[in-house]
Design a protein around this ligand. Structure first.
Ligand code: NAD
Length: 481
């Protein structure tokens, strides 16, 4: 089965920060791949808007280089035709330069989307100017990047600055984890089959693990990272969103507000954390590699490059089921996984009770997207009833075909913006609820002068993180690619 490509309607997409790192690495190569797949109509236009003094040809060269460097696997060589649809305006987000020129470039009668690929300090300025210069209208969409605030107060401020100019239905807060194929497949698995949902509760599920492990450190953006840390950078947004999709009640319809209402209820059901339910870590230098504090250029830093949490939800479905979350840098492998660990059987009829293992549904998000269900079966062949535990591959890669052009998360989400579908984007109240839960955790360890534990580069995190599960008679899954 080959994935179907449904073209979107013609659009003008303005990328504020169109010369920046994110635009060059992800947004523009992604749009080129959508162009190659036939999803982006021939008359769609992309307008870069940034501070650099470039003309349209200069911008086309910048984008050509970006596609060469970051384009990855593409099936077409039609770069020139794609570049012909590009334009550029030098814009000052905080001044008046460029805005009238930009207004003159927007075509009537097509979809208008504005991607704010700039620091959050500019969101309000850009939103205000889009209206003041008559560029925005009731159907315009704005896409905003993380970080969406660094605490509840700043998130509220950002929401207010956008709400002053746009309706919530026009605002797309992007979290690229939600654009991943397997994350959406998780919803299909839960709500498109009868098999799993009856088991999806405290009666049958022992616990859930969510891991986002990286091998890279913070080198290059250490100073920025040191002001945020793993809790703000990863847990408040990405891990929280994954937790919501795993834990939410079935929405009445797969439509934006039904899904987001259910996610919001999950966030509101999160219990406050006790200090013993949190493990923070910092990777330590070794003979050949620098440690976190050197990378962050702060030898007294107490910012965490690793965090593990034991989280509980106060509702009927999940009462007593721990959700263990962990994320960190400089770990043994780059791997993001959600593992749903079911309870063991109440009684075994087999003699080899050692083989009684729990079923585990594992959803891999990166580097390879996939889903496996660990089941116990009889070891094939003669010799009696010996049991083995094997993964049942539920990715259906063979059935669906290897699709070299499958869109990555950013591409999929940008196309959702053009289609006007907000289902996979965070609503303002969701973001605020997530900060409302996160803020006291961060202020708690600030008040206690909490110092992160150290861990070895290439390990699976600090020893205390293992103890967090060991105390409960459980263990983390191996971090492997
Ligand atoms: P960057 O510093 O590489 O690029 C910033 C862009 O903003 C440039 O194009 C610059 O010209 C433009 N800009 C800055 N000030 C301006 C002004 N006053 N007027 C007009 N344009 C101005 O940043 P980036 O890494 O591309 O990140 C952009 C945003 O995306 C940030 O909020 C960042 O946190 C977020 N983000 C980045 C990544 C990433 O991988 N780079 C990932 C997730 C989120």
């Amino acid at each position: 089965m080959v994935s179907r490509v449904i073209p979107v309607d013609p659009f003008d997409l303005v990328i504020f920060g169109g010369t920046g790192d994110l635009a060059r690495r992800k947004i523009l190569p992604g749009l080129f791949r959508r162009y190659c797949s036939g999803q982006m109509p021939a008359d769609a236009r992309i307008i870069g808007a940034a501070r650099s003094d470039l003309d349209a040809d200069g911008y086309r060269q910048l984008v050509r280089d970006a596609i060469d460097e970051f384009g990855g696997k593409t099936t077409c060589n039609d770069v020139d035709a794609f570049l012909a649809n590009l334009d550029y305006v030098t814009v000052d987000a905080r001044g008046d330069q460029g805005w009238e020129e930009l207004a003159g470039k927007m075509r009537p009668g097509v979809i208008h989307a504005h991607y704010f690929s700039v620091g959050p300090g500019l969101f309000g300025d850009i939103a205000e100017r889009l209206n003041r210069f008559g560029i925005a209208h009731d159907d315009s969409r704005v896409v905003v990047e993380k970080p969406f605030g660094r605490d509840l107060a700043s998130a509220k401020e950002l929401n207010a600055s956008l709400a002053a100019q746009f309706d919530e239905s026009q605002i797309y807060r992007i979290d690229h984890y939600l654009g991943k194929e397997t994350v959406q497949n998780l919803m299909a698995l839960r709500f498109g089959n009868l098999l799993f949902e009856p088991l999806w509760n405290a009666q049958y599920i022992d616990h859930i693990q969510i891991t986002v492990a990286e091998t890279v450190g913070v080198g290059g953006r250490g100073a920025y990272y040191d002001k945020s840390g793993a809790m703000r950078d990863m847990v408040q947004n990405h891990l929280m969103q994954l937790l919501c999709l795993i834990a939410m009640e079935p929405p009445s319809k797969f439509e934006p507000d039904s899904v987001r209402d259910e996610k919001l209820k999950v966030i509101r059901a999160l219990q406050p954390l006790e200090p013993h339910e949190i493990v923070r870590g910092q990777y330590e230098a070794n003979d050949t590699q620098s440690g976190y504090r050197e990378d962050a250029e702060n030898d007294r830093s107490s910012t965490e490059s690793y965090i593990a949490l034991k989280v509980a939800l106060a509702n009927w479905r999940w009462s007593g089921v721990p959700f263990y979350l962990r994320t960190g840098k400089r770990l043994s492998a780059r791997s993001s996984e959600i593992a749903v660990v079911f309870k063991k059987m109440p009684h075994s009829i087999f003699e080899e009770s050692d083989n009684e293992q729990a079923n585990i549904l594992a959803i891999q998000l990166q580097p390879n997207e996939g889903m496996t269900l660990d089941v116990t079966i009889k070891e094939p062949g003669p010799g009696g009833m010996r049991l083995v535990h094997v993964p049942l591959d539920m990715t259906f890669a063979e059935a669906l075909g290897e699709d070299a052009d499958a869109p990555d998360a950013y591409e999929r989400l940008i196309m959702d913006v053009i289609r006007g579908n907000q289902t996979l984007f965070m609503r303002g109240d969701e973001v605020e609820a997530a900060w409302r839960w996160t803020d006291p955790i961060i202020s708690g360890w600030q008040a206690r002068n909490d110092v992160p534990k150290t861990y070895d580069i290439g390990s699976s995190g600090p020893m205390d993180a293992h103890m967090l599960l060991h105390r409960d008679g459980r263990k983390w899954r191996d971090i492997k690619q």
